[in-house]
Design a protein around this ligand. Sequence first.
Ligand code: IPE
Ligand code: IPE
Ligand code: MG
Length: 252
Amino acid sequence: MAQFKSSTCEIPSARNVPAHIAIIMDGNGRWAKKRLLPRVAGHQRGVKSVRSTIRHCNSLGVDYLTLFAFSSENWRRPKDEVSFLMTLFYSSLAREIEQMHKDNLRFRVIGDISPFDSKLVSLIRDAEELTRDNGGLNLTVAANYGGRWDIMQAVKRMLKERPELAESFSENDLSPYLSMSYAPEPDLFIRTGGEQRISNFLLWQLAYTELYFTDTLWPDFDSTALDLAIRSYQARERRFGRTSEQLPAKNA
Ligand code: IPE
Ligand code: IPE
Ligand code: MG
């Protein structure tokens, strides 16, 4: 009863405008350093890019936008930076949630938020509850998220609920337990900041996603930069294992 086609079990349909865009918002620290500012000034400025990216995805008709905000490895950063990021998450969400709700956006967080401050956890849960019936853009923030953690928690929950699967299970048995089971796999992955790696983001879900890397630093990422990424995506041939000749003719 999979809601969406798995790219490895079936051939998903691919639209001209990506249905799901997943972004690693990287380069905040370098943006600040270039301006002789503390790293956290880059994080602060990055919120502006989050806002404009959400707005632009909304107007383009993108259904799902997933943003990597804090990885399970980001705890390794200096304590002050980690606590700044947590405070920034809290204040930005508190400030923006009413407007997001008015814009009919559905907000969700994926990742293990149990180590977060209880005030932040309840703000997140309230925001998810408030927007749960909204039918507009599905905004997911990945916080204390790791792709390996996701697969591990899915296996654990599946076996707890369905111990008979310990013998053998299929991809379709596991996928409902992954944290993004409510969304199709991303069509387009964007990483800003120049690094060309996945950094433990959506490992499972990116199996057939088109990857786009740009040197633009996250605080400089605007709607023009997003359009460039989408144009690059539109020029790709998504074969999902087939040959070029097997593909249906591209609609005009
Ligand atoms: C991304 O920017 C934001 C987070 C990881 C929270 P960085 O802080 O990694 O910026 P750089 O990579 O050091 O420039
Ligand atoms: C990835 O960025 C995580 C987020 C943007 C939240 P990092 O800056 O932490 O990644 P690495 O350490 O350069 O791989
Ligand atoms: Mg970085």
